[in-house]
Write a protein that binds this ligand. Sequence first.
Ligand code: SAM
Ligand code: SF4
Length: 324
Amino acid sequence: MLRDNFGREFHYLRLSITDVCNFRCNYCLPDGYEGKPDQAFLSLDEIRRVCAAFGAAGTRKIRITGGEPSVRKDLPEIIRTVKATPGIEKVAITTNGYRLPEVVDEWADAGLDALNLSIDSLDPGVFKAITGHSRLHELLDGLDRAIALGIASIKVNAVMLRGLNDKQLAPFLDWIKNKPITLRFIELMQTGDNSEFFAKHHVAGEQLRQWLLANGWIQTIRAVDAGPAQEFYHENYQGRIGLIMPYSKDFCSTCNRLRMDSTGKLHLCLFSDTGIDVRPLLQSDEQRDELIEFLQNQLLDKKVSHFLQDGQSGGTRHLAMIGG
Ligand code: SAM
Ligand code: SF4
């Protein structure tokens, strides 16, 4: 089992397969993707070796993310490869839902267990103002299709943004009344590129947490491979609510996840200063044990917490570059 100096165990890997994105979310890539699309992202073989090493070292869940993972044409093969890895019990994806109704059947067929879809607003105008796209209907259709296909875990991510979507709790609550999904409200995080936006739009989740508890929502107990959200259920709602509050005290004490970016750099934290290049250890299947030993040694340098509350976001300019 991968373990750090603070007794935290790492059951969960977030694997970015590209940093390219076709949306322009105003908190992430307001001017669109500006990198080099010809960058050599991890190949399918390299991805297979990453998964094999993590799976052998006790990782149980892998989330495929980006950038926008669906821009890669070989995504169904990637899902299939992750799913086939010994030790990996759950393969998940985080996506902006681009062309979801057309592609979700193929993802389910490849073995996808969990889908996280980003929907910051149910109002088409607000959705467009935030993401730069008017594809809300497509996302909602894709979500219904994913439910119909029986994908085991379906979550919707909504970043809370003051002055943009912070008055839209009522439509969101109505929406999950009869939908078997978890709607997760995420506190906006400050990154290298979004300081001004952050100062204007950040809202703390604590007020919402208090409101939920005062209105019949009950907090659940956390699973070992769970994400960072506190989850709540209510007897009158089929859907659940999640709250991700990275600025809250002790957020990092339950950290159980590591990240690999799309060019093979290991990130011990979403807000670390640099990534650690493991690509040279991904060149043959025989290097698996060497890679596991390397990972375990690197983990001894993992810090107890991020320093976001001090306004320090490390080397992370935006989350698309590592995979949120
Ligand atoms: N493109 C995919 C998507 O948007 O779902 C996957 C990558 S995106 C970086 C992953 C998640 O991070 C999305 O739910 C997005 O809303 C969230 N995110 C991006 N930047 C953020 C920030 N500065 N603070 C909080 N959440 C952020
Ligand atoms: Fe793209 Fe996701 Fe960033 Fe939006 S949050 S710009 S969809 S990577």
